[in-house]
Structure formats: C-alpha cells, structure tokens
Design a protein around this ligand. Structure first.
Ligand code: GYE
Length: 370
C-alpha cells in the first residue's frame, strides 16, 4: 500500500483546499466514551498495539478493508502521557485505529522528548507504514523529517498540536483552535470581573507547544485591552500536576497579592489547588482566587461543578475519528480539508452566568465522555 503517487496527487488537492479556505468541515465531536482500559505505553520504542475489542466510537466511514487481512499501517508519534487529556486522546486513537477497523497501529509514546519523537517518525518511515500521525511536542524543528516522509511517499497528518513547517510537507492538520481557547478564557474573565482589577498568575503548558503558544496568545489578546489587569508572572508547569504544583508553590513564595490563576490544563490546576490548599489560600467561587483551567476533562469538570475551578475551557481529545476519516478519503483518492478544527465549549461553575460558557450541572458532567 505505497502512497508515492497518491501523495503527489494529494498535494494538488491540498493546495485547492487551502485556497478555498477550509476549516472545520462541521467537526463537532460528539463521540461516546472511549473504553475505560487505558493501554498507553510508557515505552519510547515503537510498539505495535494489538487490536482492542471491536468497539469503535468513531462516526468515520468504516474501513472497507476491515477483515480482509490487508490492514492500513498507521504510525502514531504521540506527545507522551503527561495529562488526563493525553490519556483520553491515546485511548481514542487506539480504539479508532484497531485491527477490527482495518488498521495496524504502531504507537510511540515520546514522553515529551523531541528527539524520541523525531526518532519515532524516522522509525515509521523505515517500517514503510502507509500513514504517519504526529502530535508534535513542539511547533519547531519538523521540516527535515517531514521532507524525509514526503520523499518516502508517506502522507503525514499533523494532529492535536500544530507545526510551523511549510504546509506542503504534510497532508492535513487536525486539532482545536488554541488561540480561540485563550481568548474565550480572557473574554470570560473580563465578563466576570466587570471592570474590577486583576492580578494574574499564569501556569503555562509545555514550552514551545502550540497548545501553550496559542492559549497564551489568545489570553494576552484580551488582557492587552484591559489596563486594569496585570499579569504578574507566567511560568511553564509542563502540563503536569507536579509541574502545576511546583510553579504555584514558587508563585506563592514570590507574590502575596494575586486574585487570578490561569492554568493551561486541568492537571496543572489540580497541582495549583494542592499548593494553595497547603498555603491556606482559598479559591473558586467562594474563595479569594479565581481559577481558570483548560481541557475540561471529566475530573476538571467535577471541580468546576464543585465551584473550585471558576471557568474551564474545553479542548476535546476525541480527535481520532477525524484522522481516520482523512485516511479513508486519501485511500479513496478524494479531496481532504487542509485543516480540521475540532470545536470546543467552555464551562463555568454553578451560580455563574456567561455568554461565553455553559453553566455546569450534574447532567453536563454525566454526559462527559473523557
Ligand atoms: O491541553 C494538555 C496536554 O495538546 C491540547 O496537551 C493538548 C494539550 C492539553 O498535555 O492537557
């Protein structure tokens, strides 16, 4: 199943897709819960996952070669296992790219190490997989290896985060609009504060990740229009709970006067809450400090429902169906969208009304699939 010719044809369709300015393709993710069994591996070495039960949660067109023994080989170079979001995203890929669905998935957990991720992609090229999905740890540094994949005739899908490489080096990009997420957080804060002063601490995600860069840019776009806001400090918590806790502990040592903490994912928020609990600082709707989080995973929304996180901006990790759909289109020789934007919502604690967010309820939480 070599893709050399197809890749050339696709470059033409990609240009057409870019010119028509596509985005989204109605990408409203409403998939049901992935299986609870999380098979994320820690091993950086390429690991061909065995097929989980034939339980697919995607709406993507069924692979017509399912069961024929002619599996489509997909290599997935995943960021790591830093967060609940990531675990849900990995599970979603393993479910969607199962043998029962017609795929042989080679999964590599790069453990947030750029060199390991580049090595994984080169391994997929050597294995002569049919498609490569990359969730890039950082935006930078992809040109050479993407060129190598293109030279080998292997189409690449950039998933979750984005790259700053030339778009002609990959087929498509699928993911959430991180700048919009940051702007939503900022717009909600402006609405909530209604002109009151803000002294803001930001716990950023991993350095150089598009999720970090985009959320920071979006939030700053709104903050710059509010002279009554001051961003006191901004440090990376690496999208982990331990990182969030560590950064918050150091913020608490350095700043005695703050009333907003922006955590760029839920796990960082859990760590920040632990640090504030230990220091006797109150937060949430009944506390002194407003907490904004991103991801809106199940546990993050539980904290939002409990009034501990004031506002939680979603990033939907259930994105594999879009990747599968693109691959099926490429298999069929059909045109694909250059960019698929996975849509997000935002959620606020009970008692808060917002034009930017849904007020949390038990019903919303019960409907959460990840
Ligand atoms: O917000 C964070 C994860 O790239 C959108 O990565 C993703 C981010 C997500 O570690 O929890």
């Amino acid at each position: 199943m070599k893709k050399k010719l197809l890749s050339v044809i696709l470059s033409a369709t990609m240009v057409a897709a870019l010119v028509t300015g596509c985005g989204g393709g109605g990408s409203d993710t409403q998939t049901s819960a992935p299986a609870a069994d999380n098979t994320t591996t820690d091993a950086p070495a390429a690991d061909t996952t065995s097929a989980p039960a034939a339980d697919t949660t995607t709406d993507a067109p069924a692979a017509d070669n399912a069961g024929s023994g002619d599996l489509i080989k997909v290599g997935f170079a995943q960021v790591g296992h830093e967060s609940d979001w990531r675990a849900a995203n990995t599970q979603n890929y393993q479910d969607a790219f199962s043998e029962a669905n017609g795929y042989e998935l080679s999964f590599v957990d790069a453990d947030n190490d750029n060199a390991v991720q580049l090595e994984a992609v080169r391994g997929f090229i050597q294995q002569e997989v049919d498609y490569i999905c990359i969730a890039p740890i950082e935006t930078a540094g992809w040109d050479t290896v993407l060129q190598e994949a293109q030279d080998a005739g292997i189409p690449v899908l950039i998933v979750d985060r984005s790259v700053d490489a030339d778009a002609s080096l990959y087929e498509t990009q699928i993911g959430c609009d991180m700048v919009l997420e940051g702007e939503t957080a900022g717009n909600w804060l402006a609405e909530y504060l209604d002109g009151a002063d803000a002294k803001i601490l930001v716990i950023e995600g991993s350095v150089g990740a598009s999720a970090t860069l985009g959320r920071t840019e979006g939030f700053n776009n709104i903050a710059s229009a509010h002279s009554e806001w001051e961003i006191l400090d901004s440090q990376s918590g690496d999208f982990t709970q331990a990182g969030g806790q560590e950064v918050m502990e150091s913020f608490i040592k350095s700043y005695s006067d703050f009333n907003v903490v922006v955590c760029q994912n839920d796990n960082e928020a859990y760590g920040a809450m632990d640090a504030m609990d230990a220091a006797g600082i109150t937060y949430g709707v009944d506390g002194d400090v407003i907490i904004i989080s991103f991801d809106a995973t199940h546990d993050g929304l539980q904290y939002t429902l409990d009034g501990k996180i004031n506002c939680n901006v979603e990033c939907n990790p259930l994105q594999a169906e879009f990747a599968a759909e693109v691959i099926q289109k490429l298999e069929a020789g059909s045109a694909i969208d250059a960019v698929t934007v996975v849509k997000d919502e935002a959620f606020v604690a009970p008692g808060i009304d917002s034009q930017y967010a849904v007020t949390m309820s038990q019903e919303v939480l019960d409907g959460r699939a990840y």
